[in-house]
Design a protein around this ligand. Structure first.
Ligand SMILES: NC(=O)c1ccc[n+]([C@@H]2O[C@H](COP(=O)([O-])OP(=O)(O)OC[C@H]3O[C@@H](n4cnc5c(N)ncnc54)[C@H](O)[C@@H]3O)[C@@H](O)[C@H]2O)c1
Length: 437
């Protein structure tokens, strides 16, 4: 088995993920340590997650002030601002009208005003938003996934390098890295409790998410952005948007990234005009350099059996993990080797902010999650390329592919690259016909 060399490669390229970074000082003002200065935060993308992340930043208990908000749409800022203001008040929520930035470019101004930025727009925009935050030298919390195509991943990888060079803390909302059952169980797997990992199965099967139907008067750009889940340039398909969590766990357990993918997928129940171009099921086998195969399945079928979890098989035992605080290791004969206590585990969405802001107030450089997040997002994109084409796609082909789904111009009257036909339906991939590039 080539396991050990793979492990070394993984550690070489991503030893800086999620708290694995040796403590190093960085150049934030030391006044934070004394609690004398306010830490200014800005949120880019004021939807469900951006708003939730602001709450979590405040709930760290540090001296934090929200100073700017940016969103493509004014109504989304208003909807986000009200509950934040109602809970935390004028002293902490200092966002006058001229610091509410609406449209495609506002993120640059909002980032300028903050020490720490929360990046929570739809993932297609993340590469530009992350690149800008790094360029401006900010501490960063950004949501997953971190891109939707090969060009975006390459941009995030380059910015991740720059963030390391500048010693900017970057935490990514792959929150299983901040969830105690995953941390503790995977540590035991890495310590060899079930031997070498030789197989696994990861799932995100559920009934699907919201649909924002087309409204009269919307331009094509506005419609796609309001209904962003169903367009690949914005969302990446649900294999990227949701299943990245489970694929990231597989990479974490394997301490490696897959070398190729082969899969099948399609649209069985997602057939409406407002269902854009994404599939409703993907089933992929990811092969790693040591020939381990991880089977991955994600689907959005209302009424079918749900399953969101990860299982792994080792040479001497097996593992079961889920976001419900499961962490079980057993021998092949069924003897329990580890069982995570499922009671009173801290909320990982809070832990990621607690740990980020604790590092910031101490002036420590501790988190460099972006590279792993980019590679786990790339894993999910690789899966999508495999299901869309029906072909075996290698990691190198996928990462280097000339695929950039973003519109050439971002403006309300500009056209995205995917457009509906005369009946209002969008083209979607046909495995066997669709080409990678
Ligand atoms: N870690 C998790 O468990 C988790 C959970 C939910 C969402 N998320 C991630 O958070 C991100 C946002 O998801 P959400 O559920 O909050 O979606 P949402 O639609 O509620 O919010 C997205 C917001 O971004 C805004 N936006 C769109 N384009 C923008 C642009 N160019 N600049 C600034 N703002 C823009 C939208 O108008 C909207 O208000 C996604 O990447 C999603 O995958 C992560």
């Amino acid at each position: 088995m080539k396991n050990l060399s793979n492990r070394r490669d993984f550690l070489k390229t991503s030893a800086l993920v999620a708290g694995g970074l040796a403590l190093q000082p960085f150049s934030m003002p030391q006044a934070y340590a004394a609690g004398a200065d306010v830490i200014k935060i800005a949120v880019i993308g004021c939807g469900g997650r951006g708003t939730g992340a602001v709450f979590q930043a405040f709930d760290t208990g540090h001296n934090i002030q929200l100073v700017a908000m940016a969103d493509a749409f004014r109504d989304r800022i208003d909807k986000s601002y009200k509950p934040i203001f109602d809970k935390y008040g004028a002293e902490k929520v200092n966002v006058p009208e001229d610091r509410k930035f609406v449209g495609f470019e506002g993120y640059k101004e909002a980032i300028k005003l903050a020490d720490v930025v929360i990046l929570a727009a739809p993932p297609g925009f993340r590469p530009d938003h992350f690149e800008e935050a790094v360029k401006q030298g900010k501490q960063i919390f950004m949501e997953k996934p971190v891109a939707t195509d090969s060009a975006g991943i390459r941009k995030v990888l380059a910015a991740a390098e720059e963030a390391k060079r500048k010693k900017l803390n970057v935490v990514v909302g792959l929150q299983r890295h901040y969830q105690s059952n995953y941390r503790e169980t995977i540590k035991q797997i890495h310590d060899g409790k079930i031997g070498d990992i030789i197989g696994g199965q990861v799932y995100w099967n559920d009934g699907g998410v919201w649909v924002n139907a087309r409204q009269p008067g919307q331009t094509e750009m506005e419609y796609q952005m309001r209904n962003w889940y169903y367009f690949n340039w914005l969302c990446g398909d649900h294999i990227v948007e949701q299943h990245v969590h489970n694929l990231d766990v597989a990479n974490w357990v394997k301490q490696s990234y897959p070398v190729k993918a082969y899969g099948t997928g399609g649209r069985q129940v997602r057939t409406g005009k407002d269902h854009g171009e994404i599939f409703d099921h993907h089933s992929v086998t990811f092969t790693y350099a040591d020939d381990t195969v991880i089977f991955s399945e994600c689907r959005h079928f209302p009424g079918a059996a749900n399953r969101v979890d990860e299982s792994f098989q080792g040479t001497t035992g097996k593992a079961y993990l889920s976001a419900g605080n499961h962490g079980e290791l057993t021998s092949w004969k069924g003897k329990s080797l580890y069982s995570h206590n499922r009671d009173n585990n801290p909320n990982p969405y809070q832990v990621e902010h607690d740990e980020l802001f604790a590092a910031i107030v101490k002036g420590e450089y501790k988190f460099a999650d972006a590279e792993n997040a980019a590679k786990s997002t790339m894993t999910a994109i690789l899966g999508r390329y495999a299901t869309y084409t029906g072909k075996v796609v290698t990691w190198d082909e996928a990462l280097n592919a000339d695929i950039n789904l973003m519109p050439t111009t971002l403006a309300w009257d500009a056209m995205p690259k995917v457009l509906p036909n005369a009946d209002g339906f969008y083209p979607f991939a046909i495995p066997g016909k669709t080409q990678l590039v």
